[in-house]
Design a protein around this ligand. Sequence first.
Ligand code: FAD
Length: 287
Amino acid sequence: MVDAYRPKTLAEALKIRNETDCLPIAGGTDLMVQKARGTGLGPGFEKPLLFVGHLPELHRIEKKEGYIHIGPAVLLSELLHNPLISDTFKKAVALMASPPSRNLATLGGNICNASPAGDTLPFLYAADAELLLENHEFERRIAIEDFITGPKQTDLKPDELLTDIIIPDINFPVTYYKKVGQRRGMSLTKASFHGLADVLDGYVEDLRMAFGSVAPTVVRSRDIENSLIGESVNSLKNRYQEILELYEPLIQPIDDARSSAMYRKNVCFNILKDFLNYLEKNQGDII
Ligand SMILES: Cc1cc2nc3c(=O)[nH]c(=O)nc-3n(C[C@H](O)[C@H](O)[C@H](O)COP(=O)(O)OP(=O)(O)OC[C@H]3O[C@@H](n4cnc5c(N)ncnc54)[C@H](O)[C@@H]3O)c2cc1C
């Protein structure tokens, strides 16, 4: 048996979080698997649970002053049906888990679980998403890449909750998403990529490239991206080998039950090549 709290408001949840060493739980789809103990046994939670998935303050999608604000308790299935969510983000969400899981799993849970294979993460990194973290007294805003510090590791303090996911409301004319898994539905990611770009008269104005599942955290290099801004899309395509070498030291996948490191690395570089070709062919198309 484990104690559980089901507060009515966010303020109440933050008070409990301040006074108790507890574990936030939203949809539970990650936690129930991580804490599973086998057939016939309940999950082995060592700490009291703090249910947050039902809190109304954490359950909204709204547009405000150039940003889309998404409450962390918003379900993956709700993201798919909301007109404020970009089609390219929906593409990544649509390939996650199964419909029943998407009706339980939350966006905040995917972020706080901090898996290198978390499927919402490459888009959030590429889009410059920020997170609002609150304790009972203060709030702080932090870039997602500073929040996720390693596989399953975050900068979340023991008295904090994630309370908002803030995404600049920018429409990228060129968007590209690829997830490679064992099969199309219900498969965990072996390698993934989210590319966003703005191209004017054949020249790159803005370029974002984020790789999932090929390093301890999502890989995005602003330095490499900045070095390519201003280039023509033709020359980018032809400089594929050079760009690949820039990413080489950053793409450090592991061998695991799903794939070998070498396979992941090859897949990742093939996706990059495909994106650069795509960029040249679809300079103004939205997919
Ligand atoms: C069968 C199956 C298939 C799956 N397929 C995929 C897939 O294809 N792609 C993918 O990315 N994931 C997949 N997952 C993993 C999981 O469904 C997602 O990561 C999901 O988004 C987790 O959300 P949740 O609400 O269930 O998280 P929970 O399990 O409730 O929590 C996950 C973590 O987040 C923390 N947390 C949750 N909310 C907050 C908050 N507001 N503040 C602070 N901490 C918080 C929890 O303490 C915990 O550490 C799959 C899981 C299962 C069981």
